[in-house]
Design a binder for this molecule. Structure first.
Ligand code: NAP
Length: 311
């Protein structure tokens, strides 16, 4: 049996065309949704993420502002910046790119963002709303995972869902979303005993651990839906050979680009064992930024839209 591929690029494009209609609607009533993306320091991955977020805003016709600050910035200075952005009416969404440099108190900064502009869904008010099943902003990657499952008509109600990873950004919010959709949810982490025995119970398995190709065929119940959130860069020939069983293509890619992207799930095993799965790249990744756009549009509608709340 060959597993069905859950194509994140296709689902992203579907959502994008729906968002374009919503943006046109808002613009007709004089509102252009705006996102401020704050980048502190020079982490290359963060620079890349912020660039593509700002670029997606431009493609969709949203207002965006990239705010760059040096890595020596203090917590107080960043709190001041968040406050300024909270007051600016043309800014609907505030994104503070994580991780922040070590001297900055990340929790205090995230608390300082107005919950109405917290499009990353990390303010305790939005976390609380998610837990309580109330309207609020949901972190983008988990929101994207739910879109993939729903739009691919994967049955969530009554399913056994197992999540590997308990981070605030992915694992916990995915668990909450699946619980609200009536799955029976188990969250695993680094202290879980006999992980494969737990994950083999899953009808829906979400791997969000940040360990390249850790989840092998042994972890997967035949026919399960596997959502691979991991984004791991392999940079040595030895690692690439091990993960891809000496296949030519990834080795060529390594030579050309210096790295190969792989998820948390063994890419060959999942094709054989799962019923459906998200590939890496081209699965969960494309959804994250489009859900940020969706949250920004929602923030604009709730704050400034003439038609009021949609949820
Ligand atoms: P994180 O904060 O590092 O959390 C990793 C989680 O995995 C932790 O809860 C950890 O357990 C658990 N874990 C690690 N090793 C384990 C093991 N051997 N067995 C069981 N559990 C284990 O990572 P994150 O921010 O959630 O991200 C997870 C992955 O998703 C990363 O690869 C990241 O790059 C990727 N990601 C992708 C997107 C996207 O758009 N596609 C977005 C966000 C993140 P403990 O809590 O016990 O330490």
């Amino acid at each position: 049996m060959t597993a069905r591929i859950l194509d994140g690029n296709k689902i992203r494009d579907e959502i994008k065309s729906e968002l374009l209609e919503q943006i046109a609607d808002l613009k007709r009533s004089g509102v252009t949704p705006g996102l401020a993306a704050v980048l502190v320091g020079e982490n290359p991955a963060s620079q890349r993420y912020v660039r593509s977020k700002v670029k997606t805003c431009e493609t969709l016709g949203l207002f965006s502002e990239k705010i760059e600050r040096p890595k020596e910035m203090t917590t107080e200075e960043l709190l001041g910046l968040a406050d300024d952005l909270n007051w600016r009416d043309e800014i609907d969404g505030i994104l503070i790119q994580l991780p922040l440099p070590p001297q900055i108190d990340t929790k205090r900064v995230l608390m300082a963002v107005d919950p109405a502009k917290d499009v990353d869904g990390l303010h305790p008010v939005n976390v609380g709303n998610l837990v309580a099943g109330r309207a609020g902003f949901v972190p983008c990657t988990p929101a994207g995972i739910l879109e993939i499952l729903k739009r691919s008509k994967v049955e969530i109600k009554g399913a056994r869902a197992v999540i590997i990873g308990r981070s605030d950004i992915v694992g916990k919010p995915v668990a909450m979303l699946l619980l609200h959709e009536h799955a029976t949810v188990t969250i695993c982490h680094s202290r879980t005993r006999d992980l494969p025995a737990v994950t083999r119970e899953a009808d829906i398995l979400v791997a969000a651990m940040g360990k390249a190709a850790y989840v092998t065929g042994d972890f997967i119940k035949p026919g399960a839906t596997v959502i691979d959130v991991g984004q791991n860069l392999l940079t040595s020939e030895e690692e690439v050979r091990k993960v891809f069983h000496d296949a030519r293509e990834p080795l060529d890619a390594l030579k050309k680009k210096g790295s190969v992207l792989v998820g948390d799930v063994q890419p060959e095993d999942v094709k054989e064992k799962a019923g459906a799965y998200t590939p890496v790249p081209g699965g969960v990744g494309p959804l994250t930024i489009i859900m940020l756009m969706s949250n920004t549009i929602e923030a604009a509608r709730l704050r400034r839209g003439s038609r009021g709340a949609a949820r």
